[in-house]
Design a protein around this ligand. Structure first.
Ligand code: ADP
Length: 625
């Protein structure tokens, strides 16, 4: 019989399983039971969808069998089963879940982390077994096949006999070693405990023949051993239980095993809604971003159950994009079982549930922000960008929902603050919310433009994410307060007499300013004198909607159009350089022109904009030196 080879990744994974030092080896049972439950779901769903009906749910079950003599543990189900191809593809190749990033992760992380992180499914059987056999017959097929493997060497698939559809997995349990007790997996009480711990909520009965000693009937002191087929799980799905019955550890355990996370969730939201539409929702906010969250492979969505029957694993309609990080499920008896991907989008009930869920998540986040700032900041550090994209997306349609959930770094508080907190602290005469953009808060802190705003005692929000300014522009106002970029032209800081003086100064120096502008070229639309810079000589200012930061973000996008910010070079009227320029304009125009170019280059450097010709700049500076 020819032995087939595992794919490279599977081989690595299996090797890891066999030699694993993972301390929670008993999760193998959870993984196999969960696969069996999925197979039963599929079969049940197919039967319902094809109108076969009839078969009651209680006919579908998972059975455990212990054979101590032969050291085998068997897990059988009468689910959908697998064809020969499916055995080959599903068990010969590593599970799709997370396989992409797997290869690289295998090298850098310890196996313990990987097992916890991905939930390694079927392969975990090799943590406790010398040999694994899978006998399966697919629903609707008349042939059965046997898949067998003793580990990394490979596996065989042969035709076999099996009466009914379903899968029987037989594990040849390893012998005890000095450090590991494998015998427990052949012990009925130990198995009962493991099922109780990890698989209690499985909605099909998990049966085991349990032998106990009981008083012989009609006697008072004679005992006999009685074997009873016993159900190990309570079958009540966690989300159906009342909240007061559930401990946080149970919520966490459920989350970790179902959504493959090795960390407990940051927040659990369990809501039961009764009324015109009734449903249970169990939602989780992960403590960290899923490994593929920022890749295009990430699919948002909640599991969708209809009266306890899984209809869809990831129903995207239930979550708006800006809450795509939420994991969990929704179970409603009011949905039609025949709902399909195509009809979902138009399903009225689903839409209402989705709206309610959005509201629920928003309120819970607002509550977290109010009650546990530290946890919220942790959440925001991980998923905040998502919320800001949410404000910007769909032409600002969601800004009401999201504006009180976003935070920005504050110049005065030196930490993240909400817009509400900023608004509450605004000075009486302050007309607008000031912000500044840059790569890091430290860099923004050194912008020359910030001095004038700070000297008035005004707070500045520091925007460091690409999306930030787009989000604020989409908001336009917060509680009737506009937003102003400190790098924009008019900061509204001066009183009327100061303004007039400046205007006069700029009128009187028009010839000089035009000359400077011509010397610099098209890069700026104007050169202007200003009093807003306190100790610094120059700054670049943008006019209009498009700021320099936005220009940078847009031009970095694929297929970027050449949207350019309109820039003005502002020169500090009170700086000695202003007088020097005036003098040179009269005496030495060539040098004045060089000065103009150098000052513009300085403005670029301060603003974090690339200097067009660094060589020319350096030559000019050397000439003057
Ligand atoms: P995952 O469950 O994450 O997909 P597994 O390695 O646990 O990964 O299983 C791989 C695949 O094998 C499953 O997706 C399923 O298609 C198939 N499978 C496993 N166990 C069974 C079973 N008892 N009945 C039918 N199919 C199964």
């Amino acid at each position: 019989m020819d032995k087939r080879q595992f794919k490279a990744e599977s081989k690595k994974l299996m090797d890891m399983m066999i030699n694993s030092i993972y301390t929670h080896k008993d999760i193998f049972l959870r993984e196999l039971i969960s696969n069996a439950s999925d197979a039963l779901d599929k079969r049940y769903y197919n039967a319902m969808a094809n109108g076969e009906g009839g078969a009651g749910r209680d006919e579908y079950k998972i059975e455990l069998t212990i054979d101590k003599e032969n050291r085998t543990l068997t897990i059988s189900d009468n689910g959908c089963g697998m064809t020969e191809d499916e055995l080959e593809n599903n068990l010969g190749t590593i599970a799709k879940s997370g396989s992409l990033d797997f290869k690289s992760d295998l090298q850098k992380d310890s196996d313990v982390e990987i097992i916890g992180q991905f939930g390694v499914g079927f392969y975990s059987a090799f943590m406790v077994s010398d040999k694994v056999s899978v006998l399966s017959k697919a629903q609707g097929s008349n042939k059965a096949y046997l898949w067998e493997s003793e580990g990394v060497d490979g596996y065989t698939v042969t035709e076999a006999e099996k009466d009914t559809a379903g899968t029987v997995i037989t594990l040849k349990i390893k012998d005890n070693t000095e450090n590991e007790n494998y015998d427990q997996y052949l012990d009925q009480y130990a198995l009962k405990d493991i099922v109780g711990k990890y698989s209690d909520y499985i909605r099909y009965s998990i049966m085991l023949d349990m032998t106990t000693t009981a008083l012989k009937e009609g006697t008072e002191d004679e005992y006999e051993s009685v074997t009873e087929n016993t159900q190990l799980n309570s079958m009540v799905p966690l989300w159906r239980k009342s909240k007061s019955e559930i401990k946080q550890e149970e919520y966490d355990e459920f989350y970790q095993s179902k959504f493959y996370d090795f960390q407990a969730p940051l927040k659990t939201i369990h809501s039961k809604t009764e009324g015109q539409i009734s449903y249970d929702a169990l939602l989780y906010i992960p403590a960290r971003a899923p490994f593929d969250f920022y890749s295009k492979d990430y699919e948002k969505g909640l599991q969708l159950y209809c009266n306890g029957v899984l209809i869809m694993d990831k129903c995207p309609e239930l979550l708006p994009d800006y809450f795509s990080f939420v994991k969990g499920l929704v179970d409603s008896a009011d949905l039609s079982l025949n709902i399909s991907r195509e009809t979902l989008q138009h399903d009225h009930i689903l839409k209402i549930i989705a709206k309610n869920i959005e509201k629920k998540i928003k309120n819970e986040l607002a509550k977290l922000l109010k009650d546990d700032r530290e946890a919220y900041e942790k959440f925001y550090g991980t998923f905040g960008v998502q919320l800001k994209y949410g404000i910007y997306s769909d032409y600002g349609a969601h800004k009401e929902t999201l504006q009180d959930l976003v935070m920005f770094y504050s110049s005065s508080e030196k930490k993240l603050v909400t817009l509400q907190e900023y608004a509450d602290r605004m000075k009486e005469e302050q007309k607008t919310i000031y912000y500044a953009c840059g790569e890091t808060t430290d860099k923004i802190d050194m912008l020359p433009q910030s001095d004038a705003v700070k000297s008035k005692g005004y707070e500045i929000l520091y925007l460091t994410d690409d999306v930030d300014e787009f989000a604020l522009q989409m908001l336009m106002q917060y509680k009737e307060k506009t937003f102003t970029n400190i790098c924009a032209g008019n900061l509204d800081l001066d009183d009327e007499s100061e303004k007039e003086a400046m205007q006069k100064e700029n009128e009187e120096t028009k010839d000089l300013r035009d000359f400077l502008k011509e010397s610099i070229g098209d890069a700026v639309s104007e050169v202007r004198f200003t009093t807003k810079l306190q100790k610094h000589p120059v700054c670049l200012t943008s006019e209009g909607m498009l700021s320099l930061e936005m220009e940078k973000v847009l031009s970095a996008m694929p297929g970027a159009n050449a949207a350019k910010a309109t820039l003005v070079l502002e020169i500090n009227k009170n700086h000695p350089i202003a007088d020097k320029l005036k003098a040179l304009y009269e005496s030495d125009k060539d040098t004045a022109a060089k000065y103009a170019k150098i000052l513009y280059a300085q403005g670029c450097l301060i603003a974090g904009k690339a200097v067009e010709s660094p060589t020319e700049l350096c030559d000019m500076i050397c000439d003057l030196m």
